[in-house]
Design a protein around this ligand. Structure first.
Ligand SMILES: [Fe+2]
Ligand SMILES: [Fe+2]
Length: 175
């Protein structure tokens, strides 16, 4: 899990480089990306590798962004509220289809973290996901999934960042 959070934070840093965000936004997005899945540390160990998932498992899964935000505030009481909001929102999607708050229009910072999160999750082995035949397949699948909720310039930035060293080398090592 720490590896996933590190990957998402590292990819976020590279993606932000290709988008016109301020230095403050850059820092906030990267920190939020690193903290985004802290709430998963509250899950029972078996949930991380469970398949299929039961209804009550989904309740826990859908609550993890809130748990992440609460833990972040516990371990860092002075954490800027913008970072807490980004942590809480990393599974929000345009049109209110995400969770936990069903935000209608998540901002670009949220979508950057969401896109990098989906990229890391889709290209890394998980017990409950069909494994694609090769790395290029999972790369394409990830970009396709991200394009369903992210603007074209963000998809392009993730595509560029994941085709460059050192992210590619570091990331592919754990596949
Ligand atoms: Fe998450
Ligand atoms: Fe994640």
């Amino acid at each position: 899990m720490e590896k996933h959070c590190r990957q998402v934070a590292e990819l976020t840093l590279q993606v932000v480089y290709h988008l016109n965000l301020s230095k403050k936004q850059w820092v906030q997005v990267a920190i939020a990306a690193y903290l985004h899945d802290l709430g998963k540390t509250t899950w029972p160990a078996e949930l991380h590798a469970k398949f299929p998932l039961a209804t009550h498992d989904w309740a826990l899964i859908k609550a993890h962004p809130i748990a992440s935000a609460n833990i972040a505030k516990e371990i860092w009481p002075e954490i800027p509220e913008e970072i807490v909001k980004l942590v809480r929102a990393h599974h929000e999607r345009p049109g209110g289809t995400g969770y936990p708050d069903g935000l209608n229009e998540p901002g670009i910072e949220t979508l950057i973290i969401a896109g990098c999160d989906v990229y890391s999750a889709t290209t890394t082995h998980r017990p409950y996901r069909i494994i694609h035949s090769g790395q290029e397949d999972s790369h394409r699948e990830a970009l396709m999934q991200i394009s369903r909720f992210a603007p074209a310039n963000l998809v392009a930035a993730i595509s560029i960042a994941t085709c460059q060293s050192p992210y590619k080398l570091e990331h592919r090592r754990v596949i």
